[in-house]
Structures are given as C-alpha cells and as structure tokens.
Design a protein around this ligand. Structure first.
Ligand code: NAD
Length: 247
C-alpha cells in the first residue's frame, strides 16, 4: 500500500491508539511509512504508545474536551506539521435498554463517538484544506446499519457518523480530501471481551466467517483508504464483518 502522496513524510493521527483497533491501525500506518501520532486519554497511555510505535509518538487527547483536542493538534503541528491522515477511532459503549438508559449514558456515548469526531475533524481540516490533500477515516460499527438491542445510543452515534462522513465528503472532495467510514463487525478487543460467553456464542452463529475479526483486519482497510490508490473513493462505508451484514 503506497503512502506516496507527494509529501515528504505524511503525518497520520489516530485517536484512541492505546489498545484494540486503534493500536493496530497506528502500527500498520507506521509500517506503511507514515509518521504516526496516536492518542491516549492518560499520560501513561501516551508514553506506552511512544515506546511501542518507533516512528511514532503518543499524545494525550480527550475527544470530549475541545481544549484537549486543540492542544493536541497544536503540539502535532509544532513538532511535525499538518496531519494529512486522520483516523477517528476513539469510542465507548454504555449499553442499556432504552427504558433504563440514563441521560448521562446517552450523552456520553454521543459525545465521545459522534461529537468527538466532529471536534477532531474540524481541528485538522483547516490544515488539510491548505495542503489541498487529506484522508479522513472514521471508525463506525456494523450496528450503525443493523441496530442492536441495548445499543440505541451507540447505534445512533455510529449511524450519525456515516451521515457526517458523507456530507463532509461532498464539502471537501474538490480539495482532494476524502472522507470514508470503516464499519467493523465484531472484533476481538477489550470492547468485546466484556460480552458474556452466551452473547459471544449467539453472535458467532451470525458470522458466516465463523470467527471474530482481528484488529489487523480493520487496520488493513484503513491503510488502504489512507493510501495513494484510494484517492477516488469518498463518501463510502467499507464493512469489515466476516459476512454478518451484507449491503
Ligand atoms: P477499545 O475500548 O479497546 O479502545 C477504545 C479506544 O478509545 C481506547 O484507546 C480509549 O482510550 C479511547 N477512548 C475512549 N474514550 C475516549 C475519549 N473520550 N477521548 C479519547 N480517546 C478515548 O475499543 P476498540 O474495540 O478498539 O474500538 C475502537 C473503535 O472501533 C471504536 O470506535 C468502536 O466503537 C469501534 N468498533 C469496535 C468493534 C469491536 O468489536 N471491538 C466493533 C465495531 C466498531
């Protein structure tokens, strides 16, 4: 996969790179030659990313805090320049049937998974517009398309993210900036570790590939969308789910 964007060293920013899917994405982008900044919510997490990444660096960012987002982007620009690849990966779940859902659980999920993406994207977009180049990649979920009981908040945020991405794709396409979504199915990470054995078994029955996905399965698709070959792909959602949902 080429990162030959005609830029000396392309800078990529991956939110939520401390573990799971974000960690795999950051690792693959380093392998593809990007200078990668990966974010964590704590200084210890950021240090661990710096140690692991080699040609990369960890920084603290809380996507729910505008000042934290602004501070982090400023640091990247001072140290390295404008990120031309942004992977909005950070996300949380607070599962509960709607009738039992508290306002704060709804709000927290919308804030981290949807408003957070808007905050980080807006903060890097000016630099991409100036550079007349950019790759925006947002990590959604299959449940944004299928729905899932107990996840009205999460599914609403992820479905919203897809509308956000398509609208933004139209706004920035003429500037050589693409905006796409990668929608994983069920991937083996801390997020799915918390499911009960019974939940995992019933999930597996709906996955034709007969296995949970690995973070690297998702990272490979992100690397493709970030690469030079994907310049004519925009406003799309790439599903990575072992066949559990076919569009
Ligand atoms: P994870 O819980 O292992 O990692 C989530 C990451 O987001 C962590 O690095 C965490 O520090 C970060 N994060 C959480 N809140 C944050 C905040 N306020 N500010 C900044 N960072 C924050 O989850 P994962 O499974 O690796 O999921 C990564 C993405 O993939 C999420 O957007 C998730 O919704 C999506 N996803 C996961 C699966 C799955 O099966 N694991 C399926 C579909 C979609």
């Amino acid at each position: 996969m080429s990162n030959d964007h005609g830029i000396e060293q392309a800078i990529a920013l991956v939110t939520g790179a401390s573990r799971g899917i974000g960690r795999a994405i950051a690792g693959q982008l380093v392998e593809h030659g990007y200078r990668v900044f990966g974010t964590a919510t704590s200084a210890t997490g950021a240090d661990a990313i710096s140690e692991r990444l080699g040609a990369g660096q960890g920084l603290v960012m809380d996507v729910t805090e505008s000042s934290s987002v602004a501070h982090c982007i400023e640091r990247i620009q001072e140290q390295a320049g404008v990120p031309v690849v942004l992977v909005n990966n950070a996300g949380i779940t607070r599962d509960q049937l709607l009738l039992r859902q508290r306002d704060e659980d709804w709000q927290a999920v919308i804030d981290a998974n949807l408003t957070g993406v808007m905050r980080v994207t807006r903060a890097v977009l000016k630099g991409m517009l100036k550079a007349r180049f950019g790759r925006l990649i947002h990590i959604s979920s299959v449940v944004g398309s299928t729905g899932n009981p107990g996840q009205t908040n999460y599914a609403a945020a992820k479905a919203g993210l897809e509308g956000f991405s398509r609208s933004l794709a139209l706004e920035v396409a003429s500037r050589n900036i693409t905006s796409n979504v990668v929608a994983p199915g069920f991937i083996a990470t801390d997020m799915t570790d918390s499911l009960s054995e019974q939940q995992k078994e019933s999930l597996m029955a709906n996955i034709p590939a007969n296995r949970l996905g690995q973070p690297e399965d998702v990272a490979a698709c992100v690397a493709f969308l970030a690469g030079a070959e994907a310049g004519y792909v925009t406003g799309q959602t790439l599903h990575v789910n072992g066949g559990m949902y076919l569009t």
